[in-house]
Design a protein around this ligand. Structure first.
Ligand SMILES: [Zn+2]
Length: 369
C-alpha cells in the first residue's frame, strides 16, 4: 500500500487519469421492459414499476426484488458517473435475474433477443463507451447457439452466462456444444453467479450474496476445469466474476482434493487444477488489496480485469480506485485497467484511440521537445 500521504495518492491518481480504463463487469437494462409474464401467459419474469422519484422497482411476479435508479438504464448518466472515476469504457450485460433459464426455452430466447438487441443498439450508438455481452437461452443448446451466432452478427463481443443452469453444473455434456460454438465464433464468456445454492436455507443477512455467490463462482470454475471443458477448448476465453469467487482463495484445498482423492475429482480430467491458472480471466472485485495481490500472483496481471459490478451497492463503485492506491508497477495497473480486458474480448486498443491518452510505458518516456 502507498503511504498515507495525500500528495502521493493525488500524483498516482493523476497519472492513472490518462490511462485507458475499461470496466468489464457492469449491468444495464433497457429503459423499459415489456411485461413478459403477460405476453407469455405465465411465470415470474421481471418487470419494472416506475416510482415518482425517478427510480423503478424490479418486480419478480408480484414480489419486490430490488429498487434501481436511472443509472441502471440511462447511458448518458452512466457515462457522466464513470467520468468521475476516469473510466471511459463500460462492458455491459444484463442483470443475472433476467437470465430466466427456468422458462420455456423459446420464451427465454425471445427475452434474450430483446435484451441483446438493446445492448447492440447501445454499443452501436456509443462505440467508444459501450461494449455488449449478450445473454442466451442456456437451457436449450440449439437455441443458445442460434442466439450466440446472432449476438456475433449484431456486434456483441461475448455473452454472460449463469454459474449454473437450472441447478445443473456447467460441466454437463449438454452445455459443451455451446462452449464449443463460443470458441469457434470467437465470443468471450463471462460467468456470473446467480440462482445461488442454499438460497432457501440462508435467506437472512444477505447470505446468498455474501456466501452463496463466491461459492457459486467456484462451483462454475471447478465444473469447467474438472469436466474438461477448459482442457478440450483451449481457445475458449472465460472470465469469472468477483475475482473468481472462492475458487482462487481455496485453490490449495481444491488441488489437495485432486491429489488425495483422484477417484472422486479427476474422473473426467486428470490435469491438476493449478495448471489452469492464467488460462482464464477473473475480475478484480475483491474490495481488499491483499486479496487482489494474491490473485495477481496466481493469475498474472494479464488475466485480472477491471470490473465494478456497477451500479449495485455490493460492487466497487469507485471503479478500481483501490488499485491506484496500491503500490503496483504501472504496467500491472495498465494490464488490469485495460490490456487484460482487450485480450479477453480480442479487441484492438486502437478502437479507443480517441480517448486513450497513452500507455504507462509511453508516459514513462521523456517527452519530446
Ligand atoms: Zn455482477
Amino acid at each position: 500500500m502507498n503511504p498515507a500521504k495525500p500528495g502521493v495518492f493525488l500524483t498516482l491518481a493523476a497519472k492513472h487519469r490518462a490511462m485507458l480504463k475499461i470496466d468489464m463487469h457492469s449491468h444495464i437494462l433497457p429503459e423499459s421492459l415489456p411485461n413478459f409474464a403477460k405476453k407469455f401467459g405465465y411465470g415470474d419474469f421481471i418487470h419494472l414499476i416506475r416510482n415518482q422519484d425517478g427510480s423503478a422497482n424490479m418486480m419478480k411476479g408480484d414480489k419486490f426484488f430490488r429498487r434501481i435508479g436511472a443509472n441502471c438504464w440511462d447511458p448518458e448518466l452512466r457515462i457522466r458517473e464513470y467520468a468521475d472515476f476516469d473510466t471511459q469504457v463500460q462492458v455491459v450485460c444484463t442483470i443475472p435475474v433476467m437470465f430466466s433459464y427456468w422458462a420455456k426455452a423459446e420464451d427465454t430466447k425471445a427475452l434474450a433477443e430483446f435484451l441483446n438487441d438493446d445492448l447492440a443498439a447501445l454499443s452501436e450508438r456509443y462505440p467508444q463507451n459501450y461494449l455488449g455481452l449478450g445473454t442466451l437461452p442456456m437451457q436449450d443448446a440449439e437455441l443458445a447457439i442460434a442466439e450466440l451466432e446472432r449476438c456475433k452478427k449484431i456486434g456483441l463481443l461475448g455473452v454472460q452466462i449463469g454459474s449454473n443452469i437450472n441447478d445443473k453444473n456447467l460441466s454437463e455434456p449438454e452445455f459443451f456444444p455451446i462452449f464449443e460454438a463460443a470458441q469457434e465464433l470467437d465470443m468471450a464468456i463471462m460467468v456470473h453467479p446467480w440462482n445461488m445454492m442454499g438460497m432457501k436455507q440462508m435467506e437472512k443477512y444477505w447470505l446468498p450474496w455474501l456466501v452463496g455467490m463466491p461459492a457459486e463462482t467456484s462451483r462454475a470454475a471447478c465444473s469447467l476445469i474438472f469436466g474438461g471443458v477448459l482442457e478440450r477448448l483451449p481457445g475458449l476465453r472465460v472470465c469469472f466474476s468477483h475475482a473468481g469467487g472462492s475458487f482462487l482463495p481455496t485453490l490449495g484445498r481444491i488441488e489437495h482434493g485432486f491429489n488425495c482423492r483422484p477417484d472422486l475429482v479427476a474422473i473426467h480430467n486428470n490435469v491438476n487444477p493449478r495448471q489452469y491458472l492464467g488460462e482464464f480471466w477473473v475480475d478484480c472485485i475483491t474490495h481488499d488489496p491483499r486479496a487482489l495481490q494474491y490473485i495477481l500472483e496466481l493469475q498474472g496481471p494479464k488475466r485480472v480485469t477491471l470490473g465494478s459490478d456497477y451500479p449495485f451497492p455490493l460492487g466497487d463503485l469507485e471503479i478500481g480506485r483501490f488499485i491506484s492506491e496500491m503500490d503496483l508497477p504501472e504496467e500491472t495497473i495498465e494490464d488490469i485497467f485495460c490490456n487484460s480486458t482487450l485480450e479477453w474480448l480480442n479487441l484492438d486498443r486502437s478502437r479507443f484511440a480517441d480517448m486513450d491518452k497513452g500507455s504507462a510505458k509511453a508516459e514513462a518516456l521523456p517527452k519530446k521537445k
